[in-house]
Design a protein around this ligand. Structure first.
Ligand code: ATP
Length: 802
């Protein structure tokens, strides 16, 4: 029997019955009759663990530990295992007549053992020719020999990977990818697994390489380190390229080599030669990002060149007259900047509209749609079109929630960009798409969330002559994926851009919108000031979870619905992190109930029917996208069904990594969404995530009420941290392209329309003096507030009474 480590034990036994086997991750529960063991055990035991290739009836040696499961009692948890070739009559017959040997039945198996003896399998494995002694068909002889050899090979591969320090989960992935060539392929270059096998990263490959005895400065290790560094830099930090200085420095930190710059530079040159990396001056790109930036800028130029062909042909006075009719009908008077967008968009193929919350972006989108339909004499009502596709305008946004919100605020059909561009289940963000968007005008909202990949894919699908309007808030967080697209489009100054500065929602009494604009403008803010729609409760980081629990429960006891709350935080870990807050909120908002089915994921996470969950990746075929929120409808036999506003989506157990609890979610994931009540903890423990754009994005998600909890100093630290550093070159590439365009676009450099019309400003300021938009609450009313649990008299929810 194999030698064991101090903690491990061994069992030799027959795999009697596979009780459970998950084909995706190889998790198996196996009933074993024990033949020999280093432990004193009964005759049989259940063996559990990752076992990809168990055959009932075969004999195995299992190495692992005895554990006590709270429900199932004594079990043996496997760390490695090895098949023993059976060597007694019954076992050999059972083995040969198993599914492993197609076409071999009981009779053939018996013939084999009767001719070759109990050690038949070992003899066949060592010498195929011994099968000549058996009177069976040649095809069966081949099946038997191949079966024995392949089975042994699989087992040898798993043993080898285990010896190289690869855990069972990664071993299964590797085996599934390379099959019988696993060992040979890894020996050639252990770092290839990073590229070939999804879910295996540089660090696993590096460990493998070290255990195989590969030298620290082996070229393959350096290539892999360089690729890993640039990949992380772009896909984790959001840049589209890296400079040589940073690339060398970060790779050296990773590989822990001699800091020998020339060594890295040599390898970088090779990577460029192999076209694994593209270089443009001191910018180093992964090819897909290079193409995306360069080609996107070319496509933009083509659209502008096409502009001559799409000249509106409408008389300006007719446009102005129609805007006037619209104003009368809608009972609105557009500001001069809003009016400028409406008057001019017909003359441009690309228009940018930016502005903070409540500045009238949606109002202008509505105006554009109405005006376009009127000017082109197209029916206004969707019902008047034979097919929805015939509607000449498409509204879209980067997430499902943002699209839904756009649909709600405009009353018009809106979809995700993914859907519009025909991004399917097999698509990847770097695919070239050939969808043709059949539209005359496309309006993209929440542009700040669009990354370089998606932007390029969208542009690929736009047909000549189509106008596009990009709408967004440039002060929000940049996209999660690489790039700073909206910012770069504006920076390039090559497009007609209007920035709306006048805040209309202030007049509706929102101190949240006021706070957002104070932040935008860099004004002094005393965040502890209390207003009827927002307040700040001071507490220490370790009290955050309890305070939020208390705040939500007192809100509910005052008549607010649990669906109205959204907790937003910037990080997952720690006492004030999203994971901890979700546990507390799940207990509060959807507590354990024997009538509700549950599914346990790990010691810290379970899902229950009724839980609010968040989708973490795009799942286009089910029309569910990263950032969508839904409610668990059913949990049956490991299958979880989530309702996304009427769209039911099923998740098998293995797919549950795609969702997470959503009572608390990250500020990044909340982009494009709004919630009636936002509770946002702000503590110094959030460290580098205390950034102005993160705080700004968080607070602007609150529609009615905002409760900030934590340390006021942390908020101030965030305000002063206003450095969004994204290495991107899109704006420069656009400028290069536009230098060649012989149209008068460069005048946009001077033509940024900012609604700083002097009259407007004074009028607006006067309004504020006469009727302060924020109703300041008498501070004395709050002096008694002590934000502790169980405080019955006063509650932070005084500030959110309807
Ligand atoms: N010219 C205007 N005159 C009067 N009210 C206006 C005008 N423009 C916008 N508003 C009003 O201001 C409020 C905010 O406008 P809107 O929703 O269009 O802004 P927004 O920029 O889309 O806001 P957010 O980004 O927060 O969704 C709305 O109630 C809208 O009716």
């Amino acid at each position: 029997m194999q030698q064991q480590t101090a903690q491990s034990s061994a069992i030799v036994g027959i795999a009697e019955r596979i009780i459970f086997h998950n084909a995706d991750n190889a998790y198996t529960v196996l009933n074993v009759t024990i033949k020999d063991s280093t432990l004193s055990l009964e005759d049989e035991i259940n063996v559990i663990g990752l076992m990809p290739n168990i055959t009932e009836g075969e004999e195995y040696e299992f190495i692992g530990q005895l554990i006590e499961h709270p429900k199932y009692g004594e079990q043996f948890k496997v760390s490695t295992y090895k098949k023993k070739l059976p060597s007694d009559y019954d076992a050999v017959v059972k083995y040969l007549s198993s599914d492993l040997f197609h076409g071999v039945g009981l009779k053939t198996a018996q013939k084999v053992i009767e001719s070759l003896g109990n050690d038949a399998l070992e003899r066949i494995y060592n010498n195929e020719a011994v099968l000549e002694e058996v009177n069976i068909k040649d095809t069966l002889k081949t099946t038997i020999y191949k079966g024995i050899v392949e089975n042994r090979a699989t087992q040898d591969i798993m043993i080898q990977l285990n010896e190289w320090g690869i855990g069972p989960e990664a071993s299964v992935k590797l085996y599934k990818t390379y099959k019988e060539e696993t060992v040979a392929r890894i020996q050639e270059n252990p770092f290839r697994i990073v590229k070939d096998v999804r879910g295996i990263g540089f660090h696993t490959a590096d460990k493998l390489a070290q255990n195989m005895g590969m030298s620290y400065d082996h070229p393959e290790r350096i290539y892999a380190g360089l690729i890993h560094t640039i990949d992380q830099f772009c896909h984790q930090e959001g840049h589209t390229y890296i400079t040589s200085f940073e690339w060398v420095m970060l790779t050296d930190e990773l590989l822990d080599l001699s800091n020998d710059e020339s060594l890295y530079k040599e390898h970088i040159l090779q990577l460029i030669e192999r076209q694994d990396i593209f270089q443009d001056e001191d910018r180093y790109y992964i090819p897909q990002l290079y193409y995306a930036e360069r080609r996107a800028s070319k496509l933009l130029r083509q659209m502008v060149e096409d502009e001559q062909h799409v000249e509106s042909g409408f008389d300006q006075s007719h446009i102005e007259e129609t805007i006037g009719e619209l104003e009368d009908e809608l009972g609105i008077e557009y500001s001069s900047a809003q009016r400028d967008v409406l008057s001019n968009f017909m003359d441009h193929s690309i228009v940018i509209l930016s502005g903070g919350p409540g500045t009238g972006k949606t109002t202008v989108i509505n105006g554009i749609v109405n005006l376009y339909l009127r000017l082109t004499d197209a029916p206004i009502e969707l019902s008047e079109y034979d097919d929805e596709e015939d509607f000449p305008i498409r509204l879209c946004a980067p997430t499902g929630r943002a699209a839904k919100r756009l649909n709600e605020t405009t009353g018009l059909m809106a979809s995700t960009i993914h859907r519009l561009i025909g991004y399917g289940i097999d698509s990847s963000e770097t695919d070239e798409l050939d969808t043709e968007i059949n539209a005359e005008l496309i309006i993209v909202d929440e542009m700040s969330m669009v990354d370089t990949y998606l932007f390029y894919q969208l542009l690929q699908c736009i047909q000549p002559g189509t106008k596009i309007i990009f709408v967004g808030d440039e002060d929000q967080l940049p996209s999660v994926g690489p790039g700073y697209v909206f910012h770069d489009l504006i920076q390039s100054k090559c497009f007609n851009h209007t920035r709306l500065d006048r805040v209309y929602r202030q007049q509706e009494g929102s101190s949240i919108v006021h706070l957002a604009h104070q932040m935008k403008n860099g004004e002094h803010i005393d965040i502890r000031q209390k207003y009827k729609d927002r307040t700040f409760i001071q507490c220490h980081q370790d009290e955050i979870a309890d305070k939020i629990d208390w705040a939500v429960s007192s809100g509910i006891s005052r008549g607010r619905d649990k669906s109205e709350f959204q907790v937003l935080a910037p990080i997952y870990r720690g006492s004030a992190g999203i994971n901890r807050l979700n546990q507390v909120l799940q207990n509060r908002l959807n507590p354990k109930d024997p009538t509700l089915n549950e599914i346990k994921i790990n010691d810290d996470l379970l899902y229950r029917v009724g839980d609010k969950v968040l989708q973490l990746v795009n799942r286009p075929n089910d029309q569910v996208f990263n950032g969508d929120m839904g409610i668990i409808q059913t949990i049956d036999d490991g299958v979880v069904t989530v309702d996304y506003q009427g769209n039911s989506v099923e998740y098998q157990r293995k797919d549950l990594i795609e969702i997470t609890l959503a009572y608390a979610c990250s500020i990044h994931k909340s982009q494009g969404s709004e919630f009636p009540i936002v509770i946002m903890p702000v503590v110094k423990g959030y460290y580098r995530m205390l950034q102005k754009s993160i705080l700004y994005t968080g607070i602007t998600r609150a529609k009615e009420s905002l409760l900030l909890i934590g340390e006021p100093e942390a908020f101030n630290i965030g305000l002063s941290n206003n450095n969004i550093v994204r290495y991107t070159h899109l704006s420069e590439y656009i400028k290069e392209q536009f230098k060649a365009v012989d149209v008068n676009h460069r005048e946009y450099k001077e033509q940024i329309e900012v609604d700083h019309d002097e009259d407007d400003l004074h009028e607006h300021q006067d309004e504020n003096i006469a009727r302060p938009f924020v109703q300041q609450v008498n501070q004395n009313e709050f002096e008694n507030i002590h934000p502790s649990i169980g405080c019955e008299e006063v509650s932070p929810y005084d500030f959110m009474q309807k």
